[in-house]
Design a protein around this ligand. Sequence first.
Ligand code: 5GP
Ligand code: MN
Length: 339
Amino acid sequence: MEDLSLIKNAIQYPQNVVILSHRNPDGDAIGSCLAWKLFLMAKGHKVHVILPSEFPLNFSWLPYTNEIVIYDLQPERAKELIEVASMICCLDFNSLDRIDRMTEMVRSSTAFKMMIDHHIDPEPFVQAMVSDPAASATCELIFDLIIALGEEKYITPTLAECLYTGILTDTGNFVHAVTPAIMRKSARLLELGVDNDKLQILIFKNLPEKQLRLLGYSLYHRMEIMTEYQVGLIFLTKEDYAKFGISRGDTEGIVNYMLQLKDVQIAALITDQNGIIKFSFRSKGDISVQALAREHFNGGGHKNASGGYQHTSLKEAIEKFKSVIPKFVQSHYPIQILN
Ligand code: 5GP
Ligand code: MN
């Protein structure tokens, strides 16, 4: 960890810390922010977590979620906190455009900035960086960092649960990005007090009825398979959102189901979220949807899970997706899949 001594120095004296993560925060975003908050608080810092948009309700049992400032709901409060921060920690994102309207505030802040993240090609806007695309989750890197600082004693059962949450969600419950290292670290978190059964129920067996019905509806009425290219697509309209009374986080996970199909290599979920069209991509094996998101949809992410956005109608977005797929598939699929 190259910048370890920089971080060690930076946290040596009490600071006014702001911890930030990305829009549409997932379990790894929230888990890493809260774990790092617990650690810094225990070290005597004053710490606020700010997220650009709301988080899914199945994470509200995590510690201090009621104190998280959501920019969409409290922009002035978020601005004030960033203005007075002496340290800004950017977790689980690698470029400033992932924090939307806080981008310029953070860019121009004179606070000490650090990034802890596992996405490829980090934007160098920080003084200290812990960046490792081989890490399964940002929570893994927070664990590594605390250990490297020689501070394992600060990993309380509560902090361990925050880290384990990010690992569970970013590995899809130990389905992908599973490495010997992440299994060892997860085992250590169990030793440090994580109750796996409890977290399985809180995170994965906690859906409101409408969400399962939405899944059924999406698979039955909104799924198209582009057989020739082995691509699956689900789209959700503004009307669908209204009909099911759903908000952003409720679509979490839908895209993954299409990869259960033998003949689907790439899965896409395209949603109309009030004027902004969001793309969510997943892929199997060596096929990179990171490239798809980066090259065509203003986005990025990981090899097998990425996303992007555009400001058009949903219809145009679906057409755009369908029009880029043939060429993308030709140049990115291993030959044996198409033959
Ligand atoms: P999801 O499909 O769960 O929203 O996102 C999957 C992954 O894609 C995220 O972990 C994130 O790395 C990446 N991602 C999603 N949306 C965007 C986006 O708009 N821009 C970038 N750069 N990455 C995104
Ligand atoms: Mn992550």
